[in-house]
Ligand binder design. Structure first.
Ligand code: 13P
Length: 254
């Protein structure tokens, strides 16, 4: 699964152009074995949904975040119910920018994950260590804490259907991508942690993405690793041509 997280880029007019361009470039064979999702800002979702549905484009609608309540006095927030009503199928939960810039705690991540599931959508749960944590040899400890906090208590069947994105904070938007070997080590650790929290079946079934400075040149290297099942792409997903190259480089070869 290859997902484009647009972050706070592209207004709804730009979104229209980008998704139309994606629709022109993506061939049936590109999406035969790869799920492709886009995660535009909230103000673009209705526009993208209308376009994708009307033209039956092979793109899955995703969001970047939501509140954990269904409704209420939460000024400025968007509820999971609103997203589900719009046909959103995947929601990024606990992205490092939400955790670090907006103070999203492990508890808030768990509540949001539960809310997304409650509305029949699939979370893309983001985990990852900071550069300092990595330098201190605390990568696995941090991943384990984030996974345990988010997944404890979730139904194993729901966990099996989820996506987890391993996004080392130091690799996000820096051009300093993890090596394929480092990404594999971390994704394998994520899989083993999921197995210990939700059972072997969930660990085998869950899809694990790598994210952090992914581009058309390095995508295939990650996808060649046995425990990397997909990519979560930021900057390189904003341009349809570059995103489609990443999708093509990700087609399974095994
Ligand atoms: P970049 O691909 O721009 O490094 O962003 C990664 C990311 O945070 C995707 O969620």
């Amino acid at each position: 699964m290859v997902s484009g997280n647009w972050k706070m880029h592209h207004d709804h007019i730009e979104a229209l152009h980008t998704v139309r361009d994606l629709g022109l470039r993506l061939k049936p064979e590109d999406v035969a074995r790869v799920d492709v999702s886009v995660h535009p800002p909230f103000t673009d979702l209705r526009t993208v949904q209308t376009l994708v549905e009307a033209d039956r484009l092979p793109v899955i609608l995703g969001a970047q975040h939501c509140n954990d309540h269904d409704r209420g006095a939460f000024t400025g927030e968007v509820s999971p119910q609103m997203l589900a009503r719009l046909g959103v199928r995947y929601v990024v939960v606990g992205h490092s920018e939400r955790r670090h810039l907006f103070g999203m705690s492990d508890e808030a991540v768990a509540a949001t994950l539960a809310a997304v599931l409650r509305h029949g959508m699939t979370p893309i749960l983001c985990v990852g260590e900071t550069g300092e944590e990595r330098a201190a040899g605390r990568t696995e400890e941090r991943l384990s804490a984030q996974l345990t906090a988010a997944l404890t208590g979730a139904e194993p069947a729901a966990v099996a259907a989820m996506v987890i994105a391993y996004e080392p904070v130091w690799a996000i938007g820096t051009g300093n991508a993890a090596t394929a070997v480092d990404a594999e080590d971390a994704c394998l650790f994520v899989r083993q942690s999921v197995e210990s929290v939700a059972g072997a079946e969930a660990g085998q079934a869950i899809r694990i993405q790598y994210g952090g400075s992914v581009n058309a040149e390095n995508a295939a290297d990650y996808m060649a690793e046995p425990d990397v099942d997909g990519l979560l792409v930021g900057g390189a997903s904003l341009d349809a041509a570059s995103f489609v190259e990443i999708v093509r480089a990700s087609a399974p070869r095994r």
